[in-house]
Ligand binder design. Structure first.
Ligand code: NAG
Length: 169
């Protein structure tokens, strides 16, 4: 196998596409982890990015359930993880899950909500490196922060008459 030092990525990509170069398939799984301070299972203006959150990308054989690949990673300053995964896992079931929160006050996983993000790890076009984006994952504090009702009213998530006693209209 030829060494590819100094060769532009675009050229390597082109060589992969025409089958000249032997290319290791490599995909980068990316996604955000945030603290859901309102415990509503979606991002609000008072949510914040979680830096150093530990996550795991794992693929399993669909029929046997045997783990084929398992890679751990962490989020960066911006609350995003970027985890390189090798090989093509087209026929497998792949997902990202949360392993550990970096923040003690925000380390709960809401009951009844989804804590894994499904991803497709196939690379049939043979590009040397490309990203697969997973949906966001979150931890929550034990109790919502004080601003939440105001924030949710502003977002239009709560109806404007939320504070009116029942039957007063
Ligand atoms: C899943 O496992 C079975 C049994 O080992 C194997 O025959 C099959 O090829 C595997 N499927 C994939 C997609 O690797």
């Amino acid at each position: 196998m030829a060494k590819s030092y100094g060769v532009p990525v675009a050229l390597i990509t082109a060589l992969c596409l025409v089958g000249v170069a032997h290319c290791v398939e490599r995909l980068v799984v990316e996604g955000p982890v945030f603290c859901d301070t309102c415990r509503v299972d979606f991002a609000t203006p008072v949510s914040y990015d979680l830096k150093d959150a530990k996550v795991k990308v794992e693929c399993r054989n669909r029929t046997t359930g045997v783990v084929t690949i398992s890679v751990e990673g962490k989020t960066g300053k911006d609350g995003w993880y970027r985890i390189p995964v090798e090989g093509d896992h087209e026929e497998e079931l792949c997902e990202v899950s949360l392993l550990e929160s970096p923040v003690a006050e925000c380390n709960e996983q809401l009951k009844g909500s989804v804590h894994v993000a499904r991803i497709s790890l196939t690379n049939r076009n043979g590009l040397v490196q490309s990203s697969r984006f997973a949906s966001s994952l979150s931890y929550a504090p034990k109790t919502p922060v004080a601003d939440c009702v105001k924030v949710l009213l502003e977002m239009g998530v709560l109806p404007p008459d939320f504070f009116l006693p029942v039957g007063s209209n």
